[in-house]
Design a protein around this ligand. Structure first.
Ligand code: ADQ
Length: 490
């Protein structure tokens, strides 16, 4: 570790993401209850916490305007090594506007919103873009207040594309990493974005840029060469002799957490109840955030076609879809929700009876243990993302299937399509006939073949964990930092 010798202490790592990994609930005047949410990022940092003194920087997930309240919340968060960034009035235009209304669809090959067609002169767009920059500056201010010499700053995701530039302008010696959790699109799609060059130039100021797959990294490098006229090499991007390293770090999960949960008496009890509830039927499972990128309408259309063409299966299969609503402040999300509800009604209306409904759809989140029980009893997991950085749901399903050895039907457009493609049935979610045939193949697959496919994927999920992802990124960043220290000393 680079800075150990110099400082005689564990080096500090500031992990900066839009959202802190805690849920804060007000329990009274100036008092808060906080709970750590163990998502992919927290699991990923499990490995590096031994080497680093890690602190989290991010939005706490609640609106706080009063200064006394802010201090009280900051104090409670400090005990969990979290430092809040209060975004207040910029939040809506930054988060719902620029991040999720503009960048998210572009990064997922969905194009810009139709109604804002003259984006560069459109006032709403300009307001959102300004709010985005302002929010990135608010993150910078908090980092500056907490920065100590030698700290490494790891920025996460598309919310913080200006942060590498702002950090380096503040102090060119800060070591900065940036990881993109979503895909990076082809340059033909990305170049429609009016602010395309500024964003690229900013992230290129980081020392290391990470992507989930080789394709996303390649898209990024070729986008930089085409838009900025810089040089792309196997190492990354070279601009006037300065190299920004671009590399691939596929994220994973903490598989043991899921494997252990499946052994808990409470989870076993939930599994038994679910098995009883769906006795005599095969269960197809879908677990997604209710987001247009997850292809939930395409999933339902594929299932509808399957029921249409296979009348003998109509009373013998259910699709359980858990779709937690997110980003309700963005119009596109409200539209997809209405579309999904319309399809559930149509398909249940066509194929349901008094005693049985083909789709059990829930607009909500389920707790961790119940999620594991659902993963464990499912016969088929159906993931039809139209584009997805990785898709951890497919990893979680595999981790919970040691007994059942069910089949993963997986979109070829999810990053996971590249890592779990060997054991899964890959589909193009836009091809309804292909999704329908894959459902049929999965439901009829002989035990021996299921076992073989599960083994391959289970092995992958076990070895390519979130911990490995965090360790790999940090050791590469350390190496780059060490090299540049040597260069400076020369
Ligand atoms: P997401 O788009 O959120 O993540 P994903 O990787 O599948 O997608 O992770 C979702 C997480 O939320 C999973 O841990 C899942 O268990 C949980 N979840 C989803 N629906 C739920 C529900 N109804 N109830 C309870 N839990 C639910 C982004 C990118 C992905 C990338 C990750 C990590 O979009 O492509 O894999 O970051 O980099």
């Amino acid at each position: 570790v680079v800075y150990d010798e110099a400082c005689g202490r564990r080096p500090r790592l500031l992990v900066v993401a839009n959202r802190l990994p805690v849920s804060a609930k007000r329990t009274g005047e100036n008092s808060w209850s906080l709970e750590m949410s163990p998502g992919g990022l927290v699991s990923g940092l499990l490995g590096v916490t031994a080497q680093f003194d890690t602190k989290w920087v991010g939005w706490p997930g609640v609106d706080v305007y009063d200064e006394v309240e802010k201090r009280a919340l900051s104090k409670s968060l400090a005990e969990m090594k979290c430092i809040p960034v209060f975004l207040e009035e910029v939040f809506d235009q930054y988060y719902n506007g620029y991040c999720n209304g503009i960048l998210w669809p572009i990064l997922h090959h969905m194009g810009l919103p139709q109604e804002d067609h003259h984006l560069d002169t459109n006032k709403t767009f300009q307001t959102q873009y300004d709010a985005y920059k302002k929010a990135n500056r608010l993150f910078l201010d908090v980092i500056i207040k907490n920065y100590e010499e030698g700290d490494i700053v790891w920025c996460h995701d598309y919310h913080l594309m200006f942060l590498p530039q702002y950090l380096k302008e503040y102090n060119s010696k800060i070591k900065v990493g940036w990881f993109l959790h979503s895909p990076f699109p082809s340059s033909e799609v990305y170049k429609t974005l009016p602010s395309r060059s500024e964003l690229l130039r900013s992230v290129l100021r980081a020392d290391l840029l990470g992507f989930h797959t080789y394709d996303f990294a390649r898209h990024f490098v070729s986008t930089c060469t085409r838009i900025l006229g810089v040089e792309g090499t196997h190492e990354g991007v070279v601009d006037q002799g300065r190299v920004t390293r671009v590399a691939v770090f596929p994220i994973g999960i903490d598989p043991d957490r899921f494997i252990r949960a499946c052994e808990l008496p409470e989870v076993k009890q939930q599994m038994n109840e679910l098995k009883e509830r769906f006795a005599g039927k095969k269960v197809i499972l879908g677990v997604d955030r209710l987001d247009m990128i997850k292809g939930i309408p395409q999933k339902f259309l594929g299932f509808e076609k399957f029921l249409e063409e296979n009348p003998n299966w109509r009373d013998k299969v259910v699709l359980v879809q858990i779709a937690v609503p997110t980003r309700n402040g963005v119009p596109e999300y409200r539209k997809v929700k209405t579309q999904v509800h319309g399809l559930v009604g149509r398909i249940n209306g066509r194929f349901g009876s008094v005693s049985s409904l083909p789709i059990h759809h829930m607009d909500r989140s389920v707790d961790f243990n119940y999620l594991c029980a659902l993963y464990a009893i499912a016969d088929v997991m159906l993931v039809t993302s139209l584009r997805d950085g990785m898709n951890l749901v497919s990893y979680e399903f595999v981790a919970c299937q040691e007994v059942k050895k069910g089949v993963l039907v997986l979109s070829e457009f999810a990053g996971a399509g590249q890592s779990l493609g060997a054991g899964a049935l890959l589909v193009n979610p836009w091809n309804v006939t292909e999704v329908s045939s894959a459902i049929k193949e999965a439901l009829n697959m002989p035990a021996e073949e299921r076992e073989k496919r599960h083994r391959v994927n289970f092995q992958y999920v076990k070895t390519h964990s979130a911990k490995k992802w965090g360790d790999d990124f940090m050791s590469e960043l350390n190496e780059i930092c060490a090299e540049s220290e040597i260069q400076i000393r020369k």
